[in-house]
Design a protein around this ligand. Structure first.
Ligand code: BES
Ligand code: MN
Ligand code: ZN
Length: 509
């Protein structure tokens, strides 16, 4: 991963491949953002005009490259758009800084070192720029042997190797802490992206569990893996039913991070379908090519627990990864089968492609047995939620309005687009089954909410719970934007970390 350093050097004397500056969209054309004063001065204060002539407007996502002024050690200036100039007295929005830093980091792929002279009004801004750089520089080239994206080994462009943040006060505790936090979170988030991008022939439930075990050992997290035998003994009918058709057996992984100073306990539950073929209710071609991403919820939960441990948060955080591969075969669960779940409830499986709710049901019930203060599950659960919210926004549902708002606010704060959705009671009866306690399908209309109502049945009495349906933003099928790459995005990791921080600070309900 890109190395982050804090530097007190002045821009002209800095040895680097490029200097990154910010350009904002002002009332009268582009304006050079604070942090780049020395660069502007070297252009005789005419940099804004030069940029305008080069076609820059300051719009978000815009990159303008120009030769550095004489006397500069770095040969190139990269001007990146920050969007609208903030009002008088206001600073730049953290998300604008994150995105601009990410865009610049992507534009600098192949470079060894870049200096970032973006506006840093406070310590949190340094954290935002650092996070944007590390997330934007990400690339997944483990399977590329040659070509443009092959990284160093295939003669292609490797990610930016080092980013020096200028004006970030390396001796100031708050700045140092903000950048260290950004590095820990971004590093784990990028690991979650790697897991999502890893092809399903290399990442089955057993392999995912092994990755979790190794990370847990490294970071002092307690880990417990239930294999098929243990799941059978324990009566985890949902996870077993979904995994029944696969040659790779299912797993339930429990990661426990505990702090001696913890006052609150959180449980994060992740859907970890390492490949979703639909099972006997097979998905048609055109709907299964990206289904390696169906473990993005589990990857986010895993990353968040490791990040909480690395940050030493004063809260207990337990992660539950419900891992299975959904495949059709002679041993697969059939539409019409009834599963006896870990909670004791029976479920009539009407559609084997509605498998996420089945594995989550067992994991939610398992998490509930420890009576945490709150549970959050994360899942690429329904195509229906994508129809409602599009591909960049995830849905937040909950059995508690205040908690739903708190999670939504945390998402906004970290720059993860999310939106609250209801759990309308009238949709519950659509899942009534003539044979079992409940069916795994209900009305087609409001399918994302129906799935949420199904999950609610498996949350222990009196436990605060929220459900994040990340089917839209988990996997970016379009081109990269801001600090979001193509493929796995790591969505929800930063929300979960923020919620854990709030719990640690006693600011969560
Ligand atoms: N993993 C899918 C949901 C999904 C779709 C995630 C597209 C990401 C992109 C899930 O298991 C699924 O197949 N859901 C069905 C449920 C239906 C059968 C009730 C769906 O949404 O069509
Ligand atoms: Mn499915
Ligand atoms: Zn699925």
């Amino acid at each position: 991963m890109t190395a982050l350093t804090l530097s007190t050097a002045a821009a002209p004397g800095l040895r680097a491949d490029a200097i990154v500056i910010g350009v904002a969209k002002g009332a009268k054309g582009p304006s050079v953002a604070p942090g780049a004063e020395a660069v502007d001065k070297a252009y005789d204060g005419r940099l804004a005009g030069v940029l305008e002539t080069l076609g820059a407007s300051g719009a978000e996502g815009e990159v303008t490259k120009l030769p550095a002024p004489s006397g500069f050690k770095a040969p190139v200036v990269v001007a990146v758009g920050l969007g609208a100039e903030p009002g008088k007295g206001a600073g730049y929005d953290a998300e604008a800084l994150r995105r601009a830093a990410g865009v610049a980091a992507r534009a600098l792929a192949g470079a060894k070192k870049a200096a970032f002279a973006l506006p840093l009004a406070e310590a949190a801004d340094a954290g935002a720029v650092g996070e944007g750089v590390l997330l934007g520089a990400y690339s997944f080239d483990a399977y590329k042997e040659s070509g443009r994206d092959a990284g160093a080994k295939g003669g292609g462009k490797a990610p930016l190797a080092e980013a020096a943040l200028l004006g970030a006060k390396p001796r100031d505790k708050a700045y140092k802490a903000a950048v260290e936090r950004a590095a820990a979170v971004a590093e784990e988030l990028n690991r979650a992206r790697d897991l999502v991008n890893t092809p399903p022939n290399d990442l089955n439930p057993e392999a995912f569990a092994a990755v979790a075990q190794a990370a847990a050992k490294e970071h002092g997290i307690k880990v417990q893996v239930l294999d098929e035998k243990a799941l059978t003994k324990g009566g985890y009918g949902g996870i077993l039913g979904v995994g029944a058709g696969s040659a790779s057996g299912p797993r339930l992984v429990k990661l426990s991070y505990t702090s001696p100073k913890a006052k609150k306990s959180l449980a994060f539950v992740g859907k970890g379908i390492t490949y979703d073929s639909g099972g006997i209710s097979l998905k048609p071609a055109g709907h299964n090519e990206t289904m390696k991403c169906d473990m993005a919820g589990a990857a986010a939960v895993f990353a968040a627990v490791v990040a909480a441990a690395r940050l030493g948060l004063e809260a207990n955080v337990t992660g539950w990864l419900a891992l299975a591969e959904n495949m059709p075969s002679g041993s697969a669960t059939r539409p019409g089968d009834v599963l006896r779940m870990y909670s004791g409830k029976t479920v009539e499986v009407l559609n084997t492609d509605a498998e996420g709710r089945l594995v989550l049901a067992d994991a939610l019930w398992a998490a509930s047995q420890e009576k945490p203060d709150a549970i959050i599950d994360v899942a690429t659960l329904t195509g229906a939620i994508m129809l409602a919210l599009g591909s960049r926004t995830y849905a937040v549902m909950a059995n508690d309005d205040a908690f739903r708002s708190a999670v939504h606010e945390a998402a906004e704060e970290v720059g993860e687009p999310a939106w609250p959705m209801p759990l309308p009671e009238h949709l519950r009866k659509g899942m009534d089954s003539p044979t079992a306690d409940i069916a795994n399908m209900g009305e087609r209309m409001g399918g994302g909410l129906v799935a949420g109502l199904f999950l609610r049945e498996f949350v222990g009495e009196g436990i605060t719970w929220a459900h994040l349906d990340i089917a839209g933003p988990a996997f970016n099928e379009g081109g990269p934007f801001g600090y979001t790459p193509k493929g796995g995005t790591g969505t929800a990791v930063r929300t979960l970390v923020r919620v854990a921080e709030l719990a640690a600070a006693g600011e969560l309900g």
